[in-house]
Design a protein around this ligand. Structure first.
Ligand code: SAM
Length: 251
């Protein structure tokens, strides 16, 4: 079994164990993780199973990745500037709300997902919980957005940090998602400020992901980027990585 097939199967198994024990949904999810309908069905079935809301976390939660995210939320030159943070493909994860809650620097956290069901669940949850930010100027919003079209929500050079926990992985692993993954990365580089970064949290091996990122993030005369990787750690026998992509001025 290839590494991709193995990790895909493991992700699928984990997903099932964590939420829905339903074979047809598992198969549908794994092959169609680029489709809105798949995720609508997933979040609807997950929420129908329980009366109390519970965040669903792909791979792991905020605590596992906070040391990769929080150091990027500082600007010495403009200490009061509201930093724009996007959780891309947020689902019902607590990642965005945790950034909002813990950032000492003022942040505008936008949690965006293609599934209106996930967005509505998060809006209702946050309203009910009334989460308080560390910095009173910080803001938190949830929006339904297809991230292949980030330019509809953001202007060029307007975002400071994009976090992506499992979203690019989901696209890359779908039967018809590779083109969308590439489009999403290009859109990220377009809307990011020159000082900004995308962090992709993934279980894909660096041999494959670095090559993909380095290829997709360069377009002669149009865009260029620096790509790096750090290990997040090992969980249930799987290694996880943080891929950082930073726009580079075009020569
Ligand atoms: C693997 S889940 C990860 C969810 C969440 N980030 C987490 O850590 O639990 C992938 C998420 O990407 C969303 N998604 C898929 N395609 C998308 C797109 N084109 N634009 C925005 N969100 C998308 C799905 O609805 C789903 O919530």
């Amino acid at each position: 079994m290839s590494l991709l097939a193995k990790s895909l199967t493991l992700s699928g198994r984990r997903l099932v164990a964590a939420s829905v024990r339903h074979h047809s949904l598992t198969t549908e999810l794994i092959e169609n993780m680029d489709k809105k309908a798949t995720w609508d069905r997933f979040y609807a079935e997950s929420s129908n199973k329980t009366t109390t809301f519970k965040n669903f976390e792909w791979f792991f939660g905020f605590d596992a990745v906070r040391d990769f995210i929080m150091p990027l939320l500082q600007t010495e030159s403009h200490p009061d500037a509201l930093l724009q943070v996007l959780d891309m493909g947020c689902g019902t994860s607590a990642l965005g709300p945790c950034i909002f809650r813990h950032s000492a620097h003022p942040v505008q956290v936008t949690c965006a997902d293609i599934s209106p069901i996930a967005v509505r669940l998060m809006q209702e949850h946050v309203r009910a919980k009334a989460i308080q930010p560390h910095n009173l100027c910080s803001q938190l919003e949830f929006v339904e957005l297809d991230c292949t079209q980030l330019h509809r929500h953001y202007g060029c050079n307007s975002v400071d940090l994009i976090v992506d926990k499992g979203t690019t992985d989901a696209l890359l692993r779908s039967k018809e998602g590779r083109g969308k993954a590439s489009l999403v990365l290009k859109q990220c580089l377009k809307v990011l400020r020159s000082s900004g970064s995308v962090l992709q949290f993934s279980d894909e091996d660096p041999d494959a992901r670095l090559l993909w990122l380095e290829t997709e993030a360069q377009e002669p005369g149009v865009m260029a980027a620096d790509v790096g990787v750090q290990e997040v750690g090992e969980l249930r026998g799987m290694s996880y990585y943080c891929y950082q992509v930073t726009p580079r001025p075009i020569a």
